[in-house]
Design a protein around this ligand. Structure first.
Ligand SMILES: Cc1cc2nc3c(=O)[nH]c(=O)nc-3n(C[C@H](O)[C@H](O)[C@H](O)COP(=O)(O)OP(=O)(O)OC[C@H]3O[C@@H](n4cnc5c(N)ncnc54)[C@H](O)[C@@H]3O)c2cc1C
Length: 451
């Protein structure tokens, strides 16, 4: 990029500009998954909607590939690019809570921690994901799953409105009342339609004390634990979220089976509802206890810190069959040395399923479980072995998969992947929306709806 070209951006752009020869370039181009190593021509950090408009105009006039970044957690690296421009919203963070209306206005570059902290300061909550350094924007635009989802739904089920900058440089609002067709698409395929500069969420009264933790047993008891988990999910209240897992940690080669829970009802209700799980004899670990919700939201921040190598694949399931549990137990015995890996199945349903499938672009509301195979490692020398494990492991759940895929986990691109995520009818509706709002596919670094 020529210096003269850059001059056009610095005029009227109040944000930060990072070029390849700047000292901060390597830090600025890094994304969460260190498997991704790309070199954009320019990284810009707008401070306002006007800056976003300026950066977008600069990029479109030069036909630069545009990557939009909030938290940088896209697993396949969709918030960076080679040669093009990264519009990094990390200087557009902040949350304003209106406690009288129980709503929050969240700027487009904010992280989950900021929303959690601001809401809890008023004894309110918005259901979001489980690692607090994830971006609100990427998570919300794909759906947003987390430990309050059976009670309060997906993050998008609590989204009231967005403001976004469209490909042709307009500032547009979308809600149930304004541009409802766009609002439908934003909730599940949102990265396709513009740069969201602000979100408005409905919050809920929430004192902030929850019962949370993990009960872990040797792998030999996986099926017994899975049976208990199925009952817990079936019989437990909406306040109870639970996840079944089979995993091997990098420094402890013996795989284990576990159930993690978060109960947002009273401690007495939690004790009653979790009694059977906790009565299974001789656990290796039982860390279930009352704790502040905000503490649970940060428990995985360090294990899932920036800079590790990561691969995952997920699917929605109607059930958690015995055969799948035993296959997972076998797969986990083949995790390459030096890697940490496992499977998990999160309880879905309830508030997620209470929203009609057709109401949002997000697909998969009727699934009983969201299941994922995940592997994390640090040594590039075992990349091939880890990727190969992830590919095989991902196939294990495939025969049981139900409709839809969670777009935020999908790393594959091309072919019919996006049609498979949304199903034929929603896909066609999304294509029509994309043709109207972004016919030149300016926003293409996402699970792309090709116009
Ligand atoms: C450690 C970790 C934990 C996770 N935990 C959960 C979880 O608990 N629940 C869950 O549902 N998901 C979870 N995810 C998946 C997560 O939702 C996706 O990776 C999501 O895309 C991350 O959002 P981000 O803003 O951090 O990512 P980014 O990489 O910044 O962006 C992701 C996508 O959104 C687009 N985008 C970003 N900001 C904007 C914007 N303002 N306007 C328009 N488009 C934008 C980007 O262009 C890109 O296509 C997790 C991922 C990781 C890595």
């Amino acid at each position: 990029m020529r210096a003269g070209d850059l001059g056009n951006l610095t005029d009227g752009f109040a944000g930060e500009i990072v070029r390849p020869d700047d000292a901060g370039y390597d830090a600025a181009r890094a994304v969460w998954n260190s498997m991704i190593d790309r070199r954009p021509a320019l990284i810009v950090r707008p401070t306002s909607t006007d800056d976003v408009l300026t950066a977008l105009r600069f990029a479109t006039e030069r036909e630069l590939v545009i990557a939009v970044r909030c938290g940088g957690h896209s697993i396949p690296g969709l918030s960076t690019c080679d040669d093009g421009i990264v519009i990094d919203l990390s200087r557009m963070r902040g949350v304003e809570v209106d406690s009288a209306r129980s709503t929050a206005r969240v700027r487009g570059g904010s992280l989950l921690a900021e929303l959690d902290d601001a809401a809890q300061a008023h004894r309110l909550v918005c259901p979001v994901g489980v690692v607090s350094h994830t971006g609100v924007a990427g998570l919300t635009l794909g759906g947003g799953m987390g430990r309050l989802q059976r009670k309060l739904g997906l993050t998008i089920d609590n989204l009231l409105a967005v403001e976004l900058v469209t490909a042709d440089g307009r500032v547009v609002s979308a809600s149930d009342d304004e541009n409802p067709g766009l609002f439908w698409g934003i909730r599940g395929a949102g990265a396709n339609f513009g740069i969201v500069t602000s979100f408005e969420f409905q919050l809920h009264a929430f004192e902030g004390l929850v019962t949370h933790g993990t009960v872990r047993h040797p792998i030999e008891r996986a099926e017994e634990l899975a049976e208990c988990y199925r009952e817990l999910v079936e019989d437990g209240p909406d306040e109870l979220w639970a996840s079944f897992g089979i995993a091997v940690e990098a420094d402890a080669r013996a795989p284990t089976a576990s159930v993690s829970v978060l109960h947002s009802g009273s401690p007495d209700d939690a004790e009653r509802d979790l009694a059977r799980l906790r009565a299974l004899a001789d656990p290796l670990e039982d860390s279930v206890e009352p704790k502040p919700y905000l503490a649970t939201q940060r428990l995985f921040d360090a294990p899932m810190e920036w800079g590790q190598r990561f691969s995952m694949k997920s699917s929605f399931l109607d059930s958690l069959p015995e055969k799948l549990v035993s296959d997972w137990a076998e797969d986990v015995s083949r995790v390459p040395d030096g890697a940490e890996a496992g499977f998990s199945a999160w309880a879905c349903g309830r508030a997620i399923a209470a929203v009609p499938e057709e109401d949002t672009a997000f697909t998969g509301r009727n699934a009983a479980f969201w299941a994922a195979a995940e592997i994390v490692w640090n040594d590039a020398a075992i990349d091939d072995a880890c990727r190969s494990w992830a590919r095989t492991a991902a196939d294990t759940a495939a025969p049981y998969a139900s409709t839809g895929r969670y777009v935020n986990d999908v790393a594959e691109v091309g072919g019919d992947v996006v049609r498979m995520i949304y199903g034929d009818a929603k896909y066609e509706r999304l294509v029509a929306l994309k043709r109207r709002l972004d016919p030149d596919n300016v926003f293409r670094l996402n699970q792309n709806i090709s116009p």
